[in-house]
Design a binder for this molecule. Structure first.
Ligand code: SF4
Length: 320
């Protein structure tokens, strides 16, 4: 950390304590991801913001988020979990997939899926419902001062690095109400985030141990190949819905590739088939066509004959 960062952090911390002493409510947005988990720990156990002034909110993404995320949050917080969802004016559920369909119906000439240039998923499905909750909750408490706390980090992307870690929120602030946005772990590295969670004897959501970089949506439009491949493995029915929607709209989830291409880390090429039984031949024939991921093939067949056929060494490392 640079000297300037240290001074800035100390200044922000002094402002945060000033707000806490004035009775501000700290709304922690919790996605279930590692950054949210570390943010909550830092606020509640590191800074010791009074328990009665912390409120935890989760924007439920419905079927597109990882199963078990809400249970993970509940198991790692001491506060009740407030779950909010996005709805249309007619009261029906707003979801990522129906937003994509709607965008295709109304603007077929524009890419249907969210992107860094049109990140409507975050504003419609997370920011909007959480800000609505903050407005209503503050009113119900008769309070007029709040801090909207989020686990955004500069390291995540160049767009995020340009954000300001502490400032007034102009959408939520009016003459009779003042709300600030604060990203307490803005300068933390990924290692520091995991270390913080470990220091409090907690574990991050299980998908990180499998290698995930991000959480939230199983098939995030910014997801890495590994994350998308794991999503495909654990949520094949949801994967099929994304594939079908790509076909319907004619636009791919990712700017330069389809979700099938993004999730296919390894195209199986079986060079010799001696020793394979009928079922194995069938599997590998399909694997070649569908471009299974290395992991999918590896999980399914690990005996020596198949390892040789796929150029996996004795230790299970892939060389093909
Ligand atoms: S996780 Fe990704 S796809 Fe889902 S709402 Fe956030 S940015 Fe959009």
């Amino acid at each position: 950390m640079t000297k300037l960062q240290e001074i800035t952090d100390r200044k922000i911390e002094a402002q945060i304590w000033d707000l806490a002493n004035q009775g501000a409510i700290f709304y922690v947005s919790h996605s279930g991801g590692k950054d949210s988990q570390a943010t909550y720990l830092y606020l509640s156990s590191g800074l010791h913001i009074p328990t009665s002034q912390i409120v935890v909110v989760h924007a439920d993404l419905g079927e597109v988020e990882w199963t078990g995320v809400k249970d993970h949050i509940r198991n790692t917080i001491l506060h009740p979990l407030n779950v909010v969802s996005a709805i249309y004016k007619d009261g029906s559920e707003k979801t990522l997939l129906n937003l994509v369909e709607k965008r295709f119906d109304t603007r077929p000439e524009a890419p249907s899926w969210p992107s860094s240039a049109a990140r409507y998923c975050t504003s419609d499905l997370k920011r909007g419902p959480i800000e609505k909750f903050i407005r209503n909750d503050l009113k119900a408490r008769g309070k007029t001062l709040a801090v909207n706390v989020c686990g955004i980090r500069a390291e995540e992307s160049s767009a995020r690095a340009k954000k300001v870690p502490f400032q007034q929120n102009d959408r939520l602030s009016i003459a009779s109400r003042t709300v600030y946005d604060w990203y307490p772990i803005f300068d933390w590295s990924t290692d520091e985030v995991f270390q913080c969670i470990a220091d409090y004897d907690e574990k991050p959501f299980w998908a990180y141990a499998e290698g995930n970089d991000r959480l939230s949506c199983v098939f995030c439009v910014f997801g890495s190949k590994g994350d998308i491949a794991r999503g495909r493995k654990y949520r094949p029915e949801l994967f099929a819905k994304y594939v079908a929607l790509e076909e319907k709209t004619g636009y791919s989830v990712f700017a330069k590739e389809s979700i099938i291409a993004r999730s296919s880390q390894f195209t199986v090429t079986v060079t010799h088939r001696e020793g394979l039984d009928t079922e194995q031949v069938q599997f590998f024939t399909e694997a070649e066509v569908r471009a299974f991921t290395r992991e999918e093939v590896k999980w399914q067949y690990t005996d020596r004959v198949i390892c040789e056929a796929l150029d996996i060494d004795e230790a299970g490392d892939w060389t093909a």
